[in-house]
Design a protein around this ligand. Structure first.
Ligand SMILES: [Zn+2]
Ligand SMILES: [Zn+2]
Length: 269
């Protein structure tokens, strides 16, 4: 991670951006300005205890394990040291899945009751297509299409903004919303190569050709970064996405840091 380049930057550390695991691969985890997590996959395991203690808020796109598995483990790591609770925001369906299937004392302790005198976990339900404030960020939930209830997010600090599809197949309502709010950066799930279209449709992810279709809906020119690439197919997917027309498309990289300003997106490692 690198320090903030400027006060007006929105900094995004890419802790995990793979559809799978393996050497150097982590699942979806983005850390905004050291304190706001967007999804909590295996990438959380790259943070030090000090960095975990700095996480104040978490927004979750959906309850699939690759997007949540780091959360219970992080809470268990820091719950006896934290000074402030960790606030988790997600749809009602996701919050109830977390309560029922993860924080149920069987799979994992219920950290909304631990430690008893000062529980570390607070769970908050948010509506579809709604806007809410988390610390300094204005966050809007965006439509997504996935076998499990899912939403994307548009996150703005007032100066810069980015949108994330979460896991989603090609879903025009997301792209219409993006045109409305015009974030500088789009992070888009492109999990499969074009020859795996059937798999993509069945599992609610996009192919490179579907990304081209989606980009054709754009009425402005954001930077597009693809994420959730199927492990082992990163190069093939990236090569196919490289042919997506006038908008710049490139894959996210593990360990990179993006700095968003009004002027655009800067990148460092
Ligand atoms: Zn998923
Ligand atoms: Zn996923």
């Amino acid at each position: 991670m690198v320090p903030q380049l400027c006060e007006a930057c929105l900094k995004i550390d890419i802790l995990g951006c793979s559809g799978g695991i393996g050497p150097g691969l982590q699942t979806t985890t983005f850390l905004v300005d050291d304190s706001l997590l967007v999804d909590a996959g295996s990438g959380l395991g790259t943070l030090s205890i000090e960095q975990m203690l700095a996480v104040r808020n978490v927004v979750i796109t959906h309850a699939h394990i690759d997007h949540i598995l780091g959360l219970p483990l992080m809470l268990a790591t820091i719950y006896d040291q934290h000074m402030e609770p960790v606030d988790v925001y997600a749809s009602e369906a996701v919050i109830s899945a977390l309560r029922q299937h993860i924080f149920n004392w069987t799979i994992w302790p219920d950290f909304s009751q631990l430690p008893a005198h000062r529980p570390i976990l607070r769970l908050h339900s948010i509506e579809e297509d709604s806007e809410f404030q988390v610390a300094n960020y204005r966050i809007r939930s965006l439509p997504a299409e996935h076998p499990s209830p899912a939403m994307g997010y548009l996150i703005s600090d007032g100066n810069s903004s980015f949108a994330f599809t979460g896991d989603s197949g090609f879903h025009p309502p997301f792209w219409h919303k993006v045109n409305e709010f015009r974030p500088q950066l789009l992070i888009v799930d492109v999990s499969f190569t074009d020859d795996a279209l059937e798999l993509a449709l069945d599992s609610g992810h996009m192919t490179a050709a579907q990304l081209s279709e989606a980009i054709a809906l754009l009425r402005y020119c954001p930077q597009v970064r693809i994420t959730h690439l199927k492990a082992g197919f990163e190069q093939a997917i990236s090569d196919q996405c490289g042919r997506s027309g006038p908008v710049t498309v490139s894959p996210l990289r593990h360990g990179e840091t993006l700095h968003l300003t009004k002027a655009g997106v800067m990148q460092s490692r």
